[in-house]
Design a protein around this ligand. Structure first.
Ligand SMILES: CC(C)(COP(=O)(O)OP(=O)(O)OC[C@H]1O[C@@H](n2cnc3c(N)ncnc32)[C@H](O)[C@@H]1OP(=O)(O)O)[C@@H](O)C(=O)NCCC(=O)NCCS
Length: 164
């Protein structure tokens, strides 16, 4: 598997992966209205561009042959701490359970260590099956966080960290 460090030209590929995976992941967890709201706020091409250019989010794609199978976005030195925040990780439905997610977390871990960070941190919805994946790759729950994202919607998350 190949790791691609992305630029703006990759944004449509990133969005296509989110469009395929996101509604399937959250269809049983969130209302249709919240799914539309969050897709637009966090996963539109404009939102991804802003994350890359203004918010210091870096995106990596996993590629096999001609196919882009998944992506991860991260930010080192998150909020002035020696933590790398994993903002997003998504693997195409047909490629899940084949090691792509672990490959992406390993890649971010290596970059974070190089930058001198000592932990990875992320937020995950408290009802998301991905929690089991995160435990498998070395994360543990360190707290809860409910985030008001506007329009009457809440994100009900665990915070999970992994020591590097
Ligand atoms: C969560 C996700 C990124 C994991 O990536 P993946 O490529 O499917 O996971 P991997 O194949 O690398 O799995 C690594 C290990 O975790 C386990 N695992 C993965 N998903 C799991 C699940 N839902 N439940 C239990 N174990 C799981 C695998 O069995 C594997 O275990 P092993 O090392 O003992 O074989 C991916 O499934 C995904 O995109 N899910 C939907 C979107 C999502 O929820 N993203 C996270 C939002 S916070």
């Amino acid at each position: 598997m190949e790791l691609i460090k992305t630029a703006e030209e990759h944004i449509p590929l990133i969005k296509a992966i989110a469009d395929e995976v996101w509604p399937k992941t959250f269809g049983d967890i969130l209302s249709p209205a919240q799914i539309v709201y969050m897709m637009d706020m966090m996963y539109s091409e404009e939102a991804i561009k802003q994350q890359m250019n203004e918010w210091n989010h870096h995106y990596l794609l996993a590629k096999e042959g001609d196919d882009y199978l998944g992506y991860v976005s991260y930010e080192t030195g998150y909020k002035g701490k020696p933590w790398t925040k994993v903002h997003k990780i998504y693997v195409l439905s047909t490629s899940q359970g084949k090691g792509v997610g672990r490959f992406l977390i390993d890649a971010v871990s290596a970059i974070a260590k190089e930058k001198g960070d000592t932990e990875l941190s992320l937020n995950v919805n408290r009802y998301n099956k991905a929690i089991e994946f995160y435990k498998k790759v070395g994360f543990g729950i360190i707290g809860n966080e409910d985030i008001d994202i506007g329009n009457g919607f809440l994100m009900e998350d665990y915070i999970m960290n992994k020591k590097l």
